[in-house]
Write a protein that binds this ligand. Structure first.
Ligand code: LLP
Length: 433
């Protein structure tokens, strides 16, 4: 299995040395469990893959993947900066985690004036996504009399060969500024007294399992960097290659490692730096999924086993409100029975969520041992884009979250109560009569 996930002599799943069945018994289900050491391991693996080949590398962890505060502090301790996209993420990065402004890049699309103002106030790097946004930012800077540190997100028009919802650098994607407009926007920025141009950015998509699209996009991006030098005499301090490195949700699916990616990209980058006679920029990388994705599991309990004339369903106390990826993207999350790890699979079943919708199937046609009510199902690889995309749909409180390390556990998020579902609501008095 994964290095941090094992089976103990009771035939129970363990994570970070902690018995998952014990966690389910003591803390109740559904429960997210995060392995601290695994996050550290993946971060270090990613960072050293690039920094061993290139002298100036900075990781801006993509907050959107998982903003549990404990997770963010772990990554701060490891030295990660932040790729953020909203007022909330800005608040978390600056005020809760205490990152320095220069370690933060703000890359939202459709940023509001308020977001631009806050980003300017906090002095983080503003990664501009549209010509219109550039003009609005210049207006705001003029009004405040303050200089902004900026970069532009470029859309390199390449296919990352991933799920359509996860492709962001296609010709027709909503993201970024196209090559045709790049010189225009950098010229405009250079002519403004209020903008300090620091870099250039791309992010071509997510869950990418081949180096080829990265190679194509990186090469295009560095040709643009060369053109900026030639035409506008702009030297960029950083080039940001975005995130997107996929993980192995399925054992036999294709994958690449950070080392594969660094081995493919760094020679291209070095060649392009020479070819265009540009200064060596700092390389920014924005991994999210790779760093946190396989660190976590979701524990839920079987409440109902239903055999229809056509199919067998294992009904659990979790649904797409707390694990959305299977329903939204047809994503696969491996499921195991945490208290029956040594039992052989005997049948194929669907694992059904408890949301009142037909689409709420968390696992289809899974080979599992004989499953009974009370068994604990563990969904694996739920560290990225899972708890962060949880909702309270069907008026179900969001789950608790626990951090494990070296055989011990600590609660890092209390389970919501039903009262928590209602705290922000107000009922006009006349409706209570
Ligand atoms: N940088 C930018 C500008 C991004 O938009 C993203 C992800 C990343 C970095 C990090 O990408 P990663 O290394 O995590 O692939 N909810 C989807 C994934 C959406 C990704 C959005 N952008 C999912 O559950 O698969």
């Amino acid at each position: 299995m994964r290095p941090h996930i094992k089976v103990n002599d009771m035939g129970h799943l363990t994570i970070g040395g902690v018995d998952a069945v014990k966690l389910a018994d003591e803390l109740d289900t559904p429960l997210y469990v995060v392995d601290e050491n695994r996050i550290r391991e993946r971060y270090r693996e990613f960072y050293s893959a690039f920094s061993s080949l290139y002298p100036k590398v900075e990781i801006k962890y993509a907050y959107k993947a998982n903003t549990s505060l404990a997770v963010l502090h772990i990554l701060r301790q490891e030295g990660a900066g932040a790729d953020i996209l909203s007022e909330g993420e800005l608040y978390i990065a600056r005020k809760k985690i205490g990152l320095e402004a220069e370690n933060i890049i703000f890359t939202g699309n459709n940023k509001t004036d308020r977001e631009l103002e806050l980003a300017l106030e906090e002095d983080v790097i503003i990664n501009i996504d549209a010509v219109h946004e550039l003009e609005r930012l210049i207006g705001i800077c003029e009004e405040k009399g303050k200089e902004a540190k900026i970069s532009f997100r470029v859309n390199p028009s390449v296919s990352p060969m991933t799920h359509p919802h996860l492709a962001t650098g296609l010709r027709k994607s909503k993201f970024g500024i196209h090559e045709e407009d790049v010189i225009k926007v950098y010229r405009r920025a250079k002519d403004s007294d209020y903008l300090r141009i620091l870099g250039i950015h791309m992010h071509i998509g997510s869950q990418i399992t081949s180096t080829q699209p990265y190679e194509e996009a990186t090469s295009k991006l560095f040709d643009i960097v060369g053109k900026l030098k030639r035409v506008l005499e702009i030297d960029l301090e950083f080039v940001d290659l975005g995130g997107g490195l996929g993980i192995r949700y399925e054992r036999d699916s294709p994958y690449i490692t950070p080392t594969d990616l660094a081995n493919a990209l760094i020679p291209i980058i070095k060649r392009k730096i020479k070819e265009h006679s540009i200064e060596e920029p700092t390389l920014y990388l924005e991994p999210g999924r790779y760093i946190v994705g396989d660190s976590s599991i979701l524990l839920c309990r079987v409440s109902t086993v239903k055999q229809t004339p056509y199919k067998k369903f294992i009904g659990v106390d979790a649904g797409f409100h707390i694990l959305l990826r299977p329903v939204l993207y047809g994503a696969y999350h491996e499921a195991v029975i945490a208290n029956k790890m040594n039992q052989e699979p005997v049948e194929r079943v669907d694992i059904a969520g408890n949301v009142c919708e037909s689409g709420d199937i968390l696992g289809r046609d899974r080979r599992l041992p004989n499953v009974e009510a009370g068994d604990v199902v563990a969904f694996l690889d739920v560290g990225a884009y899972c708890i962060i995309m949880a909702s309270q749909y069907n008026s179900r409180p969001r789950p608790a979250e626990v951090l494990v390390r070296d055989g011990k556990y600590e609660l890092i998020r209390e389970r919501e109560s039903v009262e928590d579902l209602l705290v922000k609501q107000r009922v006009p008095r006349r409706l209570l009569e």
